[in-house]
Each structure stands twice: as C-alpha cells, then as structure tokens.
Design a protein around this ligand. Sequence first.
Ligand code: GLU
Length: 285
Amino acid sequence: MAMPPVFRFAPSPNGYLHLGHALSALLNVEAARAAGGRLLLRIEDIDVTRCRPEFETAIYEDLAWLGIAWEQPVRRQSEHFEDYRAALARLDAMGLIYPSFESRAEIAALVTERERQGPWPRDPDGAPFYPGTAKDMPCDERARRIASGEPHALRLDMKRAVMRVGALSWQEAGRGAVAADPAAWGDVVLARKDVPASYHLAVVIDDALQDVTDVVRGQDLFHSTSVHRLLQSLLGLPAPRYRHHRLVLDADGRKLSKSTAATALRQLRAEGLTPADIRRRVGLD
Ligand code: GLU
C-alpha cells in the first residue's frame, strides 16, 4: 500500500506566530487533507540564544486556537544535535567542510575591505559571501586552533560540493522542475559557533528523518531550496516536493516580522478576532 504523503509546519519559537505563519500552517493543513496525508509540527529551536519556552508554548496555543491538529510527538530540533553532528561528520569525511574562526565584527570588516576594491558577491538573502581565507588555512594551524578550544563555525566548501554533485533541480508545485543554484549562496554555515547545526543542515536532516514528502513554506525560503537540494544530494537523502507560497505583507508591502505585535495571532485574538477572521485576513476563503 502506498504510504500517505507527509507535510510539516516548522516554526521557530523566537517570537509569536503572526498572520504569515497562520497562512503557512493553514495551507499545510489543507494540502495534507486534500492529499489524504499526515501533518507534523516541528519546533525549529536550534538558535538557543533567541528561542524561548514561552514562544514554544504560544505556538501550541495559537495553532490549537486556529483549529489545527498535529501528530505527536513533536520533534524539537534542540533535542537532536547528535543527528546534525553525524551529518557534519559525513560531510567532513568527504572533505567538504572547513572551520572559520572570525567573529561577526571581523567578517563585517573584511567585507568592507573587499567592497572597497570592487563589488563583492551577496547571497539571495542579500548577505555578503564569506570574505575570509579559512579554507586555505594550513592544516597544522587549523588543528592547533581547534585543539585550543577556539570557537569556530563550520562552512561548506561550496565549489567542491557543487563539483561533486553536478546539476540539481527540485519539483516546485505549479512550475515543474526548477534548476537549483547552490553556488549563489557561497560557503554557507552548516554549524554555528554556538550550536552544532544551522537552519540549512537541520531542515534537510529532519525532513529526511521524518519522511517528509511535501514541503509547503513561504516564498522567502524559495532560494534556500538550492542549498537544501545540494545537502540532500551529498548526504544521499530523498528530495521532497516543494511548494513555496505567497507571503502575507504589511500595509507597506513588507514581509511580516515577529517583532511587530500588530500582526501576532495572540494580539489579534485579544482584539476579538476569530479563527474565521484570520482565514479571511490571510486571503483564504
Ligand atoms: N523554521 C523556519 C521559519 O520559521 C521554516 C523552515 C521551513 O519551513 O523550511 O521560518
């Protein structure tokens, strides 16, 4: 018998859910229902400095208020750092990751210096490419600095990774095959200085471990899919189908932010809006 498709809604508990999250969660519910599929909830809380338990509790409350049900247990990424470490070890064994030791301020200064000499590439989110030279650090210096406990991020050697896998694409709902362009991201961070994972790594590992077949998420993550396809290919993981949906914008046409209270679901609920009002506000029904 064919297995039912698996969808997931994967918020980060670093603020209160807003109308954009409501749209994403409701679209996942509808897609899962239409396909006779399952719906998982995943708490993406690897950012230990910004994620807070009260935001996680609020996610459960807000989703339940919207009438959304999800399967138990909920996967919390912070409980699975070993899975991410294991993937990093595999990429390391392939010679595809390297440590970089610079602070944010040092990186910003290096970018300024590079930009003084001419245009310096930026990734699809507008962040400058890593400007450092850690990839070329002599092995003994690298080993010495790691042994001395110096904090470091782990970056993907994008050139080598892309060379290893060749051309990639993904299936986008309503569009068909989309060519992936991971090189547009430069040497992305796969493990942050403070946690042995990054968004890109954790999302790919978890989608595979949870047998996710269909990723329905905001258009703001469309280009990230290129990195995700690359990591899936390197790690031998299956590729889900993707659907990147429109974003809910504010009155000025900007993406909603978790720091603006005005569109937070709990604020709107306190103002007396009903779940049906929320559906209308996000353009469903
Ligand atoms: N945790 C991400 C966010 O809250 C979503 C990740 C995903 O759906 O792939 O933006």
